[in-house]
Design a protein around this ligand. Sequence first.
Ligand code: G3H
Ligand code: 13P
Ligand code: ZN
Length: 311
Amino acid sequence: MPFVTTAEMFKGAYAGGYAIGAFNVNNMEIIQGIADAAAETRAPLILQVSAGARKYARHVYLMKLIEAAEADTGLPIAIHLDHGEDFEICKACVDGGFTSVMIDGSKYPFEENARVTREVAEYAHSRGAVVEGELGRIAGIEDDVSVSDEDAGYTRPDEVEEFVEKTGVDSLAVAIGTNHGAFKFKPGQTPRLRFDILDEVARRLPGFPIVLHGASSVIPKYVGIINDTGGALGGAAGIPEDMLREAARRAVCKINIDSDLRLAMTAGAREALARSPAEFDPRKYLAPGRENIRELVRDKIINVLGCGGKA
Ligand code: G3H
Ligand code: 13P
Ligand code: ZN
């Protein structure tokens, strides 16, 4: 099966009240850990590549590794550009075989965001690829500080219909209180997502797939291993899993996970090296990270995303 777009995946996810995991990939071990978990659980898969990943591993290596994952598992896999910052990188990824690209125009005012998103959508659609846009700023939210939704960077529901209509995007990333990285909430701060905004967006865009970025839970087990082996991740905190399940039951069809993969990989390597300080065979410390990723992704698919058995 060649790579697929996310269109069919999202139809099933929306109707079924589950979400597809979109996992960031940078190297072979990460791709294998994710692919093995998806194969075991028969889950459709989105593997996404950031500009940084593309620079680190190089486009052709990632393409070939993901082709290998597809050949090895027989799963429907979409290959997606994460946070494309301009038309050029989106075009390069579409030309280079990606089936989906994100144009992240969220740093621009509405009109400029809509203009560049439309340009990318026209190009991608003419070549059979699909496009994710973004409205709102995905950042941390101060619990006790009362700011307007606009100042906080939340997506404004009153903008979404015009944006989708003007741009022709196929899915939309929204800002409802998630944040990238391993420090999403301050110590003592109560995690909170704005489901009211999500529901208002969904009411205005019936059946339209919504994307949640910054959705790692920052799994305490892996943070603990990193800290116990000399790491310094005090205060790390992520999105509670019950909130992600709730988002998946609503209009969220794609849930982005990168930080949890990094933590799982790093915990595996640190633990192996702490146990055997004289070890210098990379396979001996990369394999435990790959195994952690397999377990992590399996757990996400079954207990959080709900997409197991949907491939
Ligand atoms: O949202 C960003 C992803 O976590 C990718 O991060 O740009 O460091 O590869 P990166
Ligand atoms: P996390 O940092 O929460 O894993 O978010 C990843 C992401 O949104 C990639 O686009
Ligand atoms: Zn993101």
